[in-house]
Design a protein around this ligand. Structure first.
Ligand SMILES: [Cu+2]
Length: 218
């Protein structure tokens, strides 16, 4: 709470990744993050995770200390937990979902790709990867609360952060003058509809009556 001003400065350098919102995907799956920037993974229904792999060995941890979010399986909305990774340098960071089959299905991504190593080639290698493993512990990042799933209480609170006064130019004006009178017309048509339903009822009465008459005559 005391460091609200620094939080405001850093927030512009947080990159959000949606995990499994549209099938077996990271969205976006390619990020360019400068050193000190953060990547926030948001988990959607399904059962997903994110872990770091080496480019030439997809679907397996790069090392025993590779970052790993653990598995998150919210049932009908975004998880209330996010996994935040801090990027320390400009080296490429290859990542994958550790759920069985997901990495092979192309659920992979990269931070700061460079040179000849492309996401397409990583994805292609992943599709042929032998099995899938994840680090034994959640590590290398921070599990935190998802601000977007709370009832938004994130306002004010900061004394002296002038940056928070973003002018949202409200362009919702004009355009709605004189349309009020046009909404008083539907009464005649409503009356027509009423008359119509009456005649339908009358018709059905006639049918029932004639049916009964037929029974009596037999
Ligand atoms: Cu997955």
């Amino acid at each position: 709470m005391t460091s609200s001003s620094t939080a405001a400065l850093v927030s512009s350098n947080i990159h959000k990744v949606d995990v499994g919102e549209d099938g077996l995907t990271f969205d976006p799956d390619t990020l360019h993050v400068s050193p000190g920037g953060k990547v926030e993974f948001h988990f959607y229904p399904g059962n997903h995770s994110v872990a770091q792999a080496a480019f030439d060995n997809p679907c397996h941890p790069m090392s025993t200390s590779s970052f790993f979010s653990g598995f998150h399986a919210p049932t009908h909305d975004e998880s209330s937990t996010v996994f935040t990774l801090t990027v320390n340098d400009t080296d490429p960071i290859w990542f994958y979902c550790g759920q069985v089959g997901h990495c092979q299905a192309g659920m992979v991504g990269v931070i700061n790709p460079s040179g000849a190593n492309t996401l397409d080639s990583f994805k292609n290698a992943a599709s042929n990867a032998d099995g899938i493993t994840v680090p034994s512990a959640v590590q290398g990042g921070v599990l935190g609360k998802n601000d977007e799933t709370e009832s938004s209480t994130s306002s004010g609170a900061s004394t002296g952060t002038a940056s928070s006064t973003e002018t949202e130019s409200s362009t919702s004006s004009g355009a709605s003058t004189g349309t009020a009178s046009s909404t008083e017309s539907p009464s005649p048509s409503a009356a027509n509809a009423g008359a119509k339903s009456h005649s339908v009822i009358d018709m059905s009465c006639v049918l029932v009556l004639s049916f009964l008459m037929g029974l009596l005559l037999m």
